[in-house]
Design a protein around this ligand. Structure first.
Ligand SMILES: Nc1ncnc2c1ncn2[C@@H]1O[C@H](COP(=O)(O)OP(=O)(O)OP(=O)(O)O)[C@@H](O)[C@H]1O
Length: 397
C-alpha cells in the first residue's frame, strides 16, 4: 500500500496545560468514534495523533472522514519506509512523481528532514540535501525553492523506520466536539441553520436541534427534510437529538389574536420561548440560529432585539459575519446544500404577512401579545414535543 499511516495535526495556538491534554483526549475519542467499524488503530505519540490503517481499509477513505473532525487542523498520509537510504530515496521519488502527476507547470519543492534517531548516519540537513539532489536527478521539470515551494517533502527518521510524506489535507480546525458544552440549534429546512450548526460544532459544542413544525400547514416531507439535515449533522457530531415542536396551535392563536404585521415577530418570540424551555430541560447553555443581519423583517437589528427579549440565554449567530456565497460554499462542503434546497415549504413562509413590520419594538410586541395565553401555549407545545435521536451512520460517507 502506498500509505499505511496518517499523521493528524491539531491544536489551537495557545491551548496549554490541562486544557491541552483534555483537548487531546477528547479529540482522540472523537476520531475513534468517527472511524468506528474501520480497520484502524489510533495512537498518540510526539504530541501528535497517528492513525494506522490496516489491510481492510483504504487510507483515502479514512482521510475523507478525518477531514470533518472538528479540532483537526490537517492530516497527511505517511509512507513508512525501512531505515535504509536507498529505500528512502526510492520512496521519495515515487511520492513526488505521484504528487506532480497532475501539475502542468514546473513544480518547486523543498525537502525537510527531522532525525529523532541519532544512530542514523546522516544528519537532518544531509538527509534533506541528499534527497533533494536525488529528486532533481530523477524527476524532470522540478526545481528547488526553499522559501515558497509548491510542495514540501518531509522525511522523518525514527527509531525503526523512516516516515515520508508531503500532502497536507486541511481539516476544519477549531475544537473537538464536546469540549465546550451543549447548545440547542434552531434548525429550519433552509440553507443557513445547518451551516450555523456546523460552525457551533467546530467550536466544540455538543449539538441538539429543535425544529418547529406546522402540520398540516406544512407537509410531512418538510419534516423529513429537517430530519435528513439532522442526520447529516450527526455525521460530524456523532449524535444529534432533534426536538420536533408542534407549532400549529401557537400559529393559529397568533393568527387569530395578533395584528398581522407583527405575526412573524411574535412567532419568533414563541420559538425562542419554547427553545429556551427545552434548552433548560436538556441542560444546553446557548441557542444557535442561522440568522444574519439583513434587510428582511426578521433580520433587522431592531427585530433581533425584540425577538431576543424573551430569553436570557446567549443566542449564538455564527453566520452574522459571513456572506451568502460563503454560507453556500460551506453548505456544499458539509453536504447539507442539496437537501436544504428541496422545495418543501417552511412554517414561516406559510404565515408570511403582506407587509411585515421591519422594525418592531419590544413594547409593540408585548402589546400585540396581550390577548394570548403565552404560558399555556408554551407549556402545551413543550409537552407535546417529540424527540428523535440520530446517531452517526458510518455508511453515510
Ligand atoms: N421552523 C423552524 N424551526 C426551527 N428554527 C427555525 C425555523 N424557522 C426559522 N428558524 C430559525 O431562525 C433562523 C432565521 O430564519 P429565517 O427564515 O429568517 O432565515 P433564513 O436565513 O432563511 O434561515 P434558514 O436558511 O436557516 O432557514 C433560522 O436560521 C433558524 O435558526
Amino acid at each position: 500500500m502506498m500509505y499505511s499511516l496518517i499523521l493528524v495535526r491539531f491544536g489551537e495556538i495557545g491551548i496549554k496545560g490541562k486544557n491541552r491534554s483534555d483537548f487531546e483526549r477528547k479529540l482522540v475519542e472523537n476520531i475513534v468514534q468517527m472511524l468506528k467499524g474501520m480497520d484502524v488503530r489510533v495512537m498518540r505519540a510526539d504530541g501528535r495523533i497517528w492513525v494506522r490503517v490496516g489491510e481492510r481499509d483504504n487510507y483515502a477513505e479514512v482521510i475523507e472522514r478525518l477531514r470533518f473532525v472538528p479540532g483537526i487542523v490537517s492530516v497527511s498520509p505517511v509512507r513508512e519506509v525501512p531505515l535504509d537510504l536507498e529505500e528512502i530515496k526510492k520512496s521519495a521519488v515515487e511520492i513526488m512523481q505521484r504528487l506532480i502527476h497532475t501539475s502542468r507547470k514546473p513544480v518547486t519543492f523543498k525537502v525537510e528532514s527531522r532525525r529523532a534517531n541519532k544512530q542514523f548516519p546522516l544528519s537532518s540537513p544531509e538527509i534533506a540535501r541528499t534527497l533533494g539532489g536525488h529528486l532533481l536527478r530523477h524527476i524532470p521539470d522540478i526545481k528547488v525553492d526553499v522559501h515558497e515551494p509548491d510542495l514540501v517533502l518531509w522525511c522523518e527518521v525514527r527509531a525503526n523506520e523512516a516516515y515520508i510524506y508531503s500532502e497536507v489535507i486541511p481539516g476544519p480546525g477549531g475544537l473537538p466536539v464536546g469540549a465546550s458544552g451543549r447548545v440547542l440549534l434552531l434548525l429550519s429546512g433552509g440553507i443557513d441553520s445547518p451551516v450555523a450548526g456546523w460552525m457551533a460544532l467546530k467550536r466544540g459544542a455538543e449539538l441538539e436541534a429543535i425544529h418547529f413544525h406546522s402540520f398540516p400547514f406544512t407537509s410531512e416531507r418538510a419534516r423529513q427534510k429537517v430530519e435528513d439535515l439532522a442526520k447529516i449533522l450527526a455525521r460530524y457530531a456523532g449524535k444529534v437529538r432533534l426536538h420536533v415542536v408542534h407549532f400549529t396551535e401557537v400559529q393559529k392563536a397568533i393568527r387569530q389574536h395578533c395584528p398581522e404585521e407583527l405575526s412573524i415577530t411574535i412567532m419568533r418570540r414563541f420559538m425562542f420561548r419554547i427553545a429556551d424551555r427545552i434548552a433548560h430541560q436538556r441542560k444546553a447553555l446557548a441557542l444557535v440560529t442561522g440568522e444574519s443581519l439583513g434587510q428582511v423583517a426578521s433580520q433587522t437589528l431592531e427585530s433581533m432585539y425584540t425577538i431576543n427579549h424573551v430569553t436570557t440565554m446567549p443566542v449564538l449567530r455564527p453566520l452574522v459575519a459571513l456572506d451568502k456565497t460563503e454560507i453556500m460554499r460551506i453548505a456544499k462542503e458539509i453536504g447539507t446544500y442539496e437537501t436544504s434546497i428541496l422545495p418543501y415549504e417552511d412554517c414561516c413562509t406559510i404565515f408570511l404577512p403582506k407587509s411585515p413590520k421591519t422594525r418592531p419594538r419590544v413594547d409593540e410586541a408585548i402589546e400585540a401579545e396581550q390577548n394570548l395565553d403565552i404560558e399555556s401555549l408554551v407549556k402545551e407545545a413543550v409537552e407535546k414535543t417529540e424527540t428523535v435521536v440520530f446517531q452517526r451512520e458510518t455508511e453515510s460517507f
